[in-house]
Design a protein around this ligand. Sequence first.
Ligand code: TRP
Length: 380
Amino acid sequence: MPDRTPSQLAALERSNDLHDQVLTDPQRFRVLTGDRPTGPLHIGHYLGTLANRVRLQDLGVEVIVLIADYQVMTDQQAGHQLVETVRGVVADYLAAGIDPHRTTIFTHSAVPTLNELVLPFLSLVSDAELHRNPTVKAETEATGLPPTGLMLTYPVHQAADILFCQANLVPVGLDQLPHLETTRLIARRFNERYGNQQQVFPEPNALLTDTPMLAGLDGQKMSKTRGNGIALRATEDETAALIRRAPTDSERHISYDPLIRPAVANLLDLLAATTGEDPHRLADNIGDGGAGRLKQTLTEAVNELLRPLRQRRAALADDHSYIDEVLDNGNDRARQIADRTLTAVHNLLGMTYANRAAPQTSRNHRAGAESNHPTGAISG
Ligand code: TRP
């Protein structure tokens, strides 16, 4: 396990408290999470975040899921077949157990008033702060291309994603913590400068998962573009073929040793995450069965875990009109929330010209006002 920085440790500690609070008081929380639609979701998404979103939803937490189709433009390859990719991601969500009656699914591009929040928010961060973000740096390097303005500023867009609905809980991996810091900074500065002593935007917290980041079958970071993850939509035969091709080593007896035998340990980690069992015990059970036995066990475990999900997916993935309806409804709802938030922001910024402010958006009305809002920051 790599050394944690002090701010990562603080976030982990807060996150552990929050896990407990969610169990005792789910209604207090509004969760916003998102994915870039770069391709089919894979088992790493399922084990790392999707299963957790479903768990939160089922606990009674309000969950809003963003398909970040503007953010995907930081990946300069993306953009072809976006419609198919986005529909596929929605099908993956529904198959995983996201219930569109309880959970809102929407895309950036359908909610202009969310995107407009980026403008005032950009005024609240300095150029130096934007350049300091380690995740943006790493992603910029990974593209091998000159950095774009969108790449540099996407954490501010992500702040708009989170703040437009006053989410107070954001389930993410450690790599997203710098973006959450930017979001907290923007919320704090907005409140200080324009909030008239009120907390217009709550400072959201990260909810970190205990599932470690799963590597792909080749030991590299699991990614939709590298094709080293097992797609949720893959057939059982495709799953078997992918796992068969995964590298191992020449030692027959299976043991769990991430430093000396990373390839074998990587498969055992995936098996452990899939079955919820300890990787050392799994290795002992396989023992002299060797890599063949390990791969067979892994294939069966993955296929068994994903079978119900794949059945649900098969039943709905081709029903474009249903998928589009789910998105339409989610987009409508997100637009309503974003419109209210932007109106409240305009009011606080003094941008209330003739015919602009609707009667219900008086100065007492906080951003995104919904009387029963769980974060409490925006009651009217
Ligand atoms: N940056 C996230 C990722 O690459 C996706 C994302 C966009 C997101 N907006 C968000 C995540 C808001 C959490 C909250 O995975």
